[in-house]
Design a protein around this ligand. Structure first.
Ligand code: E4P
Length: 232
């Protein structure tokens, strides 16, 4: 079954979704941290890492040269064993070189901001632990990310150890498309997760059943249920 990662750095939202039984990992990026406002970056990363025993928490690099990226990645990875370092796919191959180097050092990576089959293919070859496809950004570019998931999954499963994360999820319908296409992992924002339990028909049915129960209780001589749900 497709795993669900939480695409957020909000500690309270992560705790809430863990209480729903949802959350196999966490992904963050620069925009996600910006939306958290004035938080201590390292403290928040550590807080999230410690919420579950063994779960991957992706933290994105922010520098641009090979040397800086390797140094930044080593630093984040030294913070906690659950940290996975996100490295962007760069057009000159620098990101791939960084992923290859980190793989050789035993540091887990998530190669990110990818929209094409070829980018995912190269990232897996370089030894990325996770390869991230940006679903709606691919669509924004006129590409077909569902086709890409179908094409890349057999290759990843047979020939590499990389897992596919699909991000850039903007509505509940995207989740259905990605999970039914068979991606290993989908990373979803709290805004989308919060919409997933809702359907108007379900709400209407609950109301219909509540009304029926109220009518039953007022017309039937049988004793009502107590608060605890047992017959008195
Ligand atoms: C990465 O995993 C993301 O989902 C990222 O936030 C991009 O999402 P967006 O395309 O909706 O901005």
């Amino acid at each position: 079954m497709t795993k669900i990662f939480l695409d957020t750095a909000s500690a309270s939202e992560i705790r809430e979704f863990l209480s729903w039984g949802i959350g196999d990992g966490v992904t963050t990026n620069q925009k996600i941290f910006l939306s958290e406002g004035n938080v201590d970056f390292k403290q928040r990363v550590l807080e999230i890492c410690n919420m579950k025993k063994e779960w991957p928490v992706s933290v994105e690099t922010t520098t641009h040269t090979y040397e800086e990226l390797v140094e930044e990645a080593r630093e984040y990875s030294s913070w906690h064993k659950n940290v996975v370092v996100k490295v962007a796919m760069m057009k000159d191959g620098t990101g791939l070189k960084v992923v290859k180097k980190l793989h050789d050092e035993g540091i887990k990576t998530n190669m990110t901001v990818m929209v094409t089959f070829n980018q995912l293919y190269l990232a897996a070859k370089a030894g990325a632990t996770y390869v991230s496809l940006f679903f709606n950004r691919a669509r924004d570019a006129g590409l077909d990310p569902v086709k890409t998931i179908h094409e890349i999954m057999p290759f990843l499963e047979k020939e590499t150890e990389s897992e596919l994360i699909v991000g850039s999820i903007r509505k509940p319908e995207d989740v259905e498309e990605v999970a039914s296409a068979g991606a290993h992992i989908i990373t979803i924002t709290p805004k989308v997760i919060q919409q997933m339990p809702f359907h108007q028909k379900t709400e209407d049915t609950i109301k219909e059943f509540d009304d029926a129960w109220n009518q039953f209780v007022t017309t039937n001589k049988a004793p009502p249920l107590t608060q605890a749900g047992r017959n008195t």
